[in-house]
Design a protein around this ligand. Sequence first.
Ligand code: COA
Length: 218
Amino acid sequence: MRIARVSLGAAARGMTRQGDATAGQVGQPAPTPHGAASGRVYLRPPQRSDRAEFVALMRASRPFHRPWATAPTDDEAFDAYLVDSRRPDFEAMLVCRFEDRAILGFFNLSHITRGSLQSAYLGYAVGSTFARQGYMREAIELVLHHAFAGLRLHRIEANIQPGNDASIALARGAGFSREGFSPRYLKIGGRWRDHERWAILDEDWLARAAQLGLPTEP
Ligand SMILES: CC(C)(COP(=O)(O)OP(=O)(O)OC[C@H]1O[C@@H](n2cnc3c(N)ncnc32)[C@H](O)[C@@H]1OP(=O)(O)O)[C@@H](O)C(=O)NCCC(=O)NCCS
């Protein structure tokens, strides 16, 4: 799964960027620039003031993420992630909990390609202390809503290593289908690793949403 550096192109797509000064006012849920919230979680872009919390979470989660994914685990990587977040082809979404506004994990849409592709890659990871509590299952529905209803993408691809049962369960449960197998596809932890190619199309998402009664309006 591509995780690398995470970023956001929200402003370029007409969404409101959340500035540090307005973020997370006490007693209120943080704004949801991705227009996305559900029962327990909401999505928002990363910001400078997240650095300490995000880096601490990802650093503590390193053994849990290995060998499936990498994420920013120091200040420099986080700052680079913020810089990337201004790029129009990258969309970063922190998964946050309404209850206490804790950062639980993240999703990113990378290599957003317009024109005749309208596609992107999806990467994600949860903080180890928040794993297996259904937060990512809730959040991925918000991500797909944002990707298809908000960004109007046509296809989202997730590349997952064989044996990454949690990630495969997450993708499959959200309506992704396994399209194929890519040998030695991605270098993670210094090794080229085989990946399965999972994807979901907008029409798959619409059909599933209709079946489950999920909202499809932007
Ligand atoms: C993949 C990942 C984000 C899932 O996070 P999570 O907090 O476990 O997700 P949830 O609790 O919302 O569960 C999502 C699904 O994964 C399943 N799952 C979670 N951990 C699992 C495990 N170890 N084995 C099998 N299934 C697992 C859950 O049962 C659930 O399936 P369901 O919806 O069919 O019931 C998390 O395991 C992670 O960050 N892994 C390391 C990084 C990584 O692999 N990133 C993706 C690279 S492709």
